[in-house]
Write a protein that binds this ligand. Structure first.
Ligand code: TXA
Ligand code: MG
Length: 351
């Protein structure tokens, strides 16, 4: 964990009364937004299809996109899943609570609404203290909370309670679309959980559906097999849509060496641009400087995209991070944020 992340966590304090009220609201079929160590989630009782339907409506998310079920530490995964391979149990033991989602065969009684009609279910046990307290209070720790990231479909995921309120504005409040937003400070990891498909292990091996904080190598170290990239038959994941996690302004990724020149040319054309960078660029404004290492960068990247979007600029330039395994999660999210903006700089410089 970065220093900033541990400070944020120390400041995170949801009162026990808030937790109890949030658990009761979930039990009554309402939506509650809550912090996890990755991003904030928009939760509903996973066993209440009407409550899960409210998530889709609130997010504007297509019905066939499955949601992850969040469980309390020590939960019985065999209640939710079936045919669990030993390797999956080893991963649970090693990484939970923590930012790893496992896709497993779902148990027959798990509602279709959660799995988007697929025969699998995504399950994870988050490590954020407020999330753990909420999951322990909800149905006495025996329930599951279905929760996608608490943003409108396609937008940047929220890493603070304020981001959630910014996404949903007046839809938040008791008796409203979202009953409550629990505040747990800034999410320590900052990008969504690693998703590993273990549901077709015998035929396909472990498949990495979404890179994150827990790397393929860390997984391989536990199960002795390196996760593969998804093929055509892999289960659908909305986080794997090309355009996702995008702010309103177009995003363009640029190599470090091209940034000063591009900014100068854009300025000559009267174009406004913001910069997100990790190398020093003195005098560039508006900008966010992120740490030059992947964990600190991931912690700040979504807040940076949101902050630069609020500057009402025509373009958000992002200094392309280095390659390599440790930067995989960050590069995946930035590539999706920039999807659809191909050629935007050229357009701005020629028109
Ligand atoms: O870190 C996270 O995973 C956050 C926090 C709130 O836990 N949640 C999150 O949820 O990112 P969401 O819905 O924004 O992204 C979950 C991804 C989606 O791409 C979804 O399609 C995929 O997980 N997913 C869920 N269940 C699945 C399943 N049974 N098979 C394949 N993909 C699944
Ligand atoms: Mg999401």
């Amino acid at each position: 964990m970065t220093d900033a992340a541990s400070r944020a966590l120390a400041a995170a304090a949801a009162a026990p009364a808030d937790i109890a009220a949030a658990a009761a609201a979930l039990e009554a079929g309402a939506l509650v937004a809550f912090p996890t160590e990755t991003v904030y989630g928009l939760g509903a009782d996973a066993e209440n299809p009407a409550a899960v339907a409210k998530i889709y409506a609130a997010k504007g998310r297509p019905q066939d996109h499955p949601v992850i079920v969040h469980v309390a530490p020590g939960a019985d995964i065999d209640y939710w899943t079936t045919d669990v391979p030993d390797e999956a149990r080893a991963l649970v033991k090693h990484f939970w609570p923590g930012p790893l989602t496992l896709i497993l065969k779902r148990n027959a009684h798990i509602p279709d609404a959660v799995s988007g009609g697929q025969d699998t279910v995504g399950i994870r046990c988050p490590s954020h203290p407020v999330a753990m307290q909420l999951l322990q209070a909800f149905k006495g720790g025996k329930g599951g909370v279905a929760a996608p990231s608490a943003n409108k479909f396609g937008n940047v995921s929220p890493t603070t309670a304020q981001h959630v309120r910014d996404e949903f504005h007046d839809e938040v409040g008791q008796g409203n679309v979202i009953d409550a937003v629990l505040d747990g400070g800034s999410s320590q990891v900052g990008i969504e959980s690693t998703i590993l498909d273990m549901s077709r292990l015998a035929t396909h091996g472990p498949v990495l559906l979404r890179p994150g904080h827990i790397s393929a190598q860390q997984i391989a170290d536990v199960i002795g097999a390196m996760p593969r990239q998804p093929d055509q038959a892999a289960p659908r994941a909305s986080g794997t849509l090309e355009s996702h996690y995008a702010p309103k302004a177009p995003v363009a990724l640029l190599p470090t060496g091209d940034i000063e020149k591009t900014l100068a040319e854009l300025k000559l054309r009267g174009r406004s641009a913001a910069l997100i960078h990790y190398s020093p660029f003195p005098g560039v404004h508006p900008n966010v400087a992120l740490p030059a290492e992947p964990k600190g960068y991931a912690y700040g990247v979504y807040a940076a995209l949101r902050a630069m979007d609020q500057q009402q600029v025509e373009l958000i330039l992002v200094e392309a991070p280095p390659g390599g395994d440790a930067w995989l999660g960050v590069n995946d999210r930035l590539r999706r944020a920039a999807f659809g903006s191909t050629g935007i700089i050229e357009r701005f410089l020629t028109t």
